[in-house]
Design a protein around this ligand. Structure first.
Ligand SMILES: [Zn+2]
Length: 300
């Protein structure tokens, strides 16, 4: 192996609730990918939105990762400790004239921003009301090579639009915090669910605006429940339990298209799964239904 080569991956859950099967699949994939390349694997708790979080979730999530023997390197980074770094990045973007203040109502604004306030030069507080901060996107294409999905390309202006990096309620947007922290933690490889695929062009563009290095991406199929919707904490997906971890591990490996070793020893299956990990076998779909994994009873 080239001595210059290094791999630092991460799993970055938001603490809105305990991990469910869908988050186990994402955690396992990023863990196996990092360990199979002798890489480091870091944990970052994305606790930027207190109203949507559960105070006990970080502790629960870390315990669940330990139960499943997904051992991380170093100390856990909490985004709530990083507000100064996000403020500094925001100031840099403002200095570069890459932002503008927007007073549009979020509910009435189409998902691709029509540019209403782009040239209005609103102050931070406009007519007595707080504004959000948007990043000006260029009329350019963003393209990257996904390790699972292949080449992905977006027209930034038409498919993304100027997007929010600081909300009206003063909270920093996910997109800004992620790129600042991925750079801070020297993340080289991101393996995550395809529900975040639409965030990737925003994050690549932000990286370019802030002169930050671009990680390598791989987007996994998200797991859909029997109702056809993504398993999510908001939808009260059942938390993963440590009662029968090998069964869930097997099911997660199956979801990832990996060879499933026939052993009843959890540690042995996990260790061999690192050796056998082949990202080329991960299904190239944006989603897959839990009902295709046959053993779905475990998720009831
Ligand atoms: Zn606006």
């Amino acid at each position: 192996m080239n001595s210059e080569y290094h791999y630092i991956g991460r799993f970055a859950p938001s603490p809105s609730g305990p991990l469910h099967f869908g988050s186990l699949v994402a955690a396992l994939a990023s863990f196996l990918d990092a360990r199979s390349q002798n890489g480091q694997w870091l944990i970052r708790i994305e606790d930027l939105d207190p109203p949507r979080e559960s105070p006990s979730a970080p502790e629960t999530i870390l315990k669940q990762l330990k139960d499943f023997e997904l051992a991380w390197d170093g100390s856990v980074l909490f985004q709530s400790t990083r507000l100064d770094a996000y403020a500094a990045a925001l100031a840099r973007l403002k200095d570069r004239k890459l932002t503008f203040q927007c007073r549009c109502s979020r509910n009435k604004t189409p998902s691709i921003y029509p540019g209403t306030c782009r040239d209005a030069a609103h102050a931070e507080t406009s007519a007595g009301l707080p504004t959000s901060t948007r990043l000006r996107v260029e009329t350019c294409e963003v393209s990257f090579e996904d390790r699972i999905l292949g080449t992905k390309t977006w027209n930034l202006q038409h498919q993304v639009g100027d997007f929010i990096i600081r909300r009206k309620d003063n909270l920093f947007a996910y997109q800004l915090a992620v790129v600042v922290d991925d750079a801070y933690q020297n993340i080289t490889h991101i393996v995550r669910g395809s529900d975040l695929l639409d965030s990737t062009p925003r994050q690549i563009f932000l990286n370019q605006c802030l002169d930050l290095p671009q990680p390598v991406y791989a987007h996994l199929p998200v797991i859909l429940g029997k109702d056809g919707f993504k398993l999510s904490k908001q939808a009260m997906a059942r938390p993963i339990s440590n009662e029968d971890p090998i069964r869930l591990l097997r099911l997660a490996l199956k979801a990832l298209g990996q060879k499933v070793i026939d052993s009843v020893d959890y540690s042995e299956v996990l260790a061999l799964s690192i050796l056998n990990w082949d990202i080329g076998q991960v299904p190239k779909n944006l989603s897959q239904s839990i009902t295709n994994l046959s053993d779905e009873d475990v998720l009831k």
